[in-house]
Design a protein around this ligand. Structure first.
Ligand code: UD1
Length: 353
């Protein structure tokens, strides 16, 4: 078969890697990069470290408003799909690249397979929630990471083509885990279990001045060593609001540029706790059995809450500090999202299309 994967943003490259390895065994796999993420450390370094070949098509769309970015992707992806006529298109997660790719393919009657289908935060103000719901409803194959995801789809009347296969990103992490070297921590001046790894980039936080003020106060006032690789969107806003210097001046915070995948995931693996508003990072923390404190009011990854490895604290200074002082430690083995056969199951379903 000739399968096209359409990706564009950091977390999608991480999911693409194990799927690419599996697909390549028996099929032709085209990679299309929308260019949503374009900085070296947001994109190319992931391809290099995860041994993903260069994209067959790089659409170079870049940033923009949601409508502009998604619309330009839609036009460019349609052209590629007409030119390449793949047997199926794989889309990943919930970014604007996901929605544009799913829509372009569905309109051309090319079967769409959605990796990470059925996740819901039930908050339609999140751009990702809109992307997920719409993508699921035009997909022919829906690869769910868990039973909860399957039930979410069923509640919306989506039952055809739904398969609980587990999570591709988790498979990739499990394969990588033995290779993660704590020796890398020295370069950041920390030891294993001695620091909190923090990320914040989600629109509901990064674009909201009040929420970011509380988050900055929590990070600088928590008494922990905080490593903070900053997403360009967050850096730009903090700088415009005059808040960056509070982080730069704080003795306990190390402000870092966006990190390569290997550096970041090694820091995750050996952290005392992770403070984040990212979906993927919550799941990564759970897979490594590292306590996670999530600066959101709801999460799609409800299993991480149910099993006690994750806690929601919103953008509330006091709750963030309290949660970091006694991070949530669950009692499960972090294996809910499937093991090492996730991608094999997906490819088998694709072959039945
Ligand atoms: C996107 C996804 C989000 C995902 C995240 C992973 C959507 C709606 N959001 O958010 O779900 O968790 O990727 O990182 O698709 N920028 C750069 N360099 C880059 C890319 C972006 O400087 O390489 C800056 C630009 O100023 C841009 C801003 O970051 O305007 C936001 O980028 P965008 O791709 O729109 O969304 P993300 O916040 O990265």
């Amino acid at each position: 078969m000739r399968i096209a994967s359409i990706v564009g943003a950091r977390p999608q490259f991480v999911k693409l890697a194990p799927i690419h390895r599996e697909l390549c065994k028996r099929h032709e796999h085209l990679i299309v990069h929308t260019g949503q993420h374009y900085d070296y450390e947001m994109s190319q370094v992931f391809f290099e470290e995860l041994a993903i070949p260069d994209p067959d098509h790089d659409l170079g769309i870049g940033s923009g408003t949601h409508g502009e970015q998604t619309g330009r992707m839609l036009m460019a992806i349609e052209k590629v799909l007409i030119e390449e006529s793949p047997d199926a298109v794989l889309v990943y997660g919930d970014t604007n690249s996901t929605l544009a790719a799913a829509l372009a393919a569905a309109k051309l009657h090319v079967p769409v397979a959605h990796v990470e289908a059925g996740l819901r935060s039930f908050n339609r103000r999140m751009p990702e929630e809109v992307n997920r719901v719409l993508t699921d409803h035009v997909s022919n194959l829906l690869f769910c990471p868990s039973e909860v995801a399957r039930a979410n789809l069923e509640a919306e009347g989506v039952t055809a083509g739904v398969h609980v296969v587990g999570d591709a990103m988790v498979q990739g992490l499990l394969e990588l885990m033995p290779r993660l070297d704590p020796g890398l921590l020295g370069g950041f001046g920390v030891g294993s279990g001695e620091y909190v790894l923090a990320t914040v980039h989600r629109q509901e936080n990064a674009d909201d001045r009040e929420r970011m003020a509380a988050i900055v106060q929590a990070m600088t006032g928590c008494g922990e060593t905080v490593l903070l690789p900053l997403h360009p969107r967050t850096r730009k806003n903090l700088s415009a609001w005059g808040m960056l210097h509070a982080l730069e001046d704080a003795d306990n915070v190390a402000l870092l540029p966006p990190l390569s995948f290997m550096a970041f995931t090694t820091l995750e693996r050996f952290a005392k706790a992770i403070l984040t508003d990212s979906g993927g990072v919550q799941k990564e923390a759970y897979t490594y059995l590292v306590p996670c404190v999530t600066m959101r009011d709801e999460t799609e990854w409800v299993e991480t809450l149910d099993e006690g490895w994750n806690v929601l604290v919103g953008a509330d200074r006091k709750r963030i500090i309290e949660a970091l002082a006694s991070p949530p430690v669950g009692s499960t083995d972090g294996r809910t999202y499937g093991g090492l056969k996730v991608c094999e199951r997906m490819v088998r379903e694709l072959e039945l299309l």
